[in-house]
Ligand binder design. Sequence first.
Ligand SMILES: CC1(C)CO[C@@H](CC(=O)O)CN1
Length: 431
Amino acid sequence: RRDNDLHIGGIFPMEGEGGWQGGQACKPAAELALADVNARSDLLSGFKLLLHSNDSKCEPGLGASVMYNLLYNPPQKLLLLAGCSTVCTTVAEAAKMWNLMVLCYGASSPALSDRARFPTLFRTHPSATVHNPTRIKLMQKFGWSRIAILQQAEEVFISTVEDLEAHCKKASIEIVTRQSFLSDPADAVRNLRRQDARVIVGLFYVVAARRVLCEVYKHRLYGKSYVWFFIGWYEDNWFETNLEREGIECTVEQMREAAEGHLTTEALMWNQNANQTTISGMTSEDFRSRLNEALREAGFDIDGGRYPEGYQEAPLAYDAVWAVALAFNKTMEKLEKSGLSLKNFTYTNKKIADDIYEAINSTSFLGVSGLVAFSSQGDRIALTQIEQLTDNHYVKLGYYDTQADNLTWLERERWVGGKVPPDRTVVVNEL
Ligand SMILES: CC1(C)CO[C@@H](CC(=O)O)CN1
């Protein structure tokens, strides 16, 4: 090995059964970024960044063994990239013992926003809690101060709801009921009707979402008197697919009828300003073209619409490598002042680890995923996007910048009853 190589470890979920196998698109994206940063003569002053990676299948145990193999086999690694919330939790909890920073490109769990447990964790993937200020902003915009919550009993949604409840309390928004279910939402949806819930925030994975929507149809909890907030990162036609395979009793028409008008929130992962040049010299659309080319070479039928898992999150992996390169560059400049370099790092060298931490902590650059910057807990600061399902397709309603409390609204919303549904039964006094 040449002595001007800087080595990092990469743990990508590739070929597993459960969870998120987003490494399929994120690993090629990270490799594109490696090529780009190594081609820059103004970065890393002559050093080359090398990525040593393996498959975690989004399983924490396998992720841990991949990490140990990366750490116990030369060359020494300077930092770890990882995806999947479960794997990031395991890797980030252990990595501090080797003074290693962990940069997660695919982890949304709110539990990771904890500097006590994860002192060296940063993530270019925003926490699921990033939706909550946006939900509150919309409730305030439409005058909804009485809402209900329907959630699947999964860790990511439980902690997201806790954060949402705190936001509701601060905004004096009453939560009339919070219903949760493991896999069958029938009772929970029935209880929503019993509590006369009208504005409902739904937090569940896409398979559960189809079951919820059919129950909503059966209990007629949709139409001009109801507003549903769903998560926006399901595939576009999620409410029409897999109905037979998953034993959904509703027809496509019934699912469409129940889905009409619902709102969605999601974190923006592709820089919206398509002709804005980012730090790499590319726009986000240039990046899309290069990623598609790399994925075709890897055997994916992109032109046939066969996208690998993690395509949506690929900019997060690309920008994670840029964040590493820029932080290492900043750290090299600092170390050179005392005649040192990153080659002096060892797993017991906390001093250099602190320098790398400081460099990542002060990251701020325009990436293909938008402005890349981290909160004090290492969370990605991100914009959110609001959409509404109208006539069976998603219409962009606006964007929200939580930091600036700035809602960009496109005035495109449409309500089934022709006006904003009220959050409670309105009693009209006969004159
Ligand atoms: C938006 C989504 C699908 C949320 O889950 C992330 C995976 C995880 O948190 O384990 C990937 N991105």
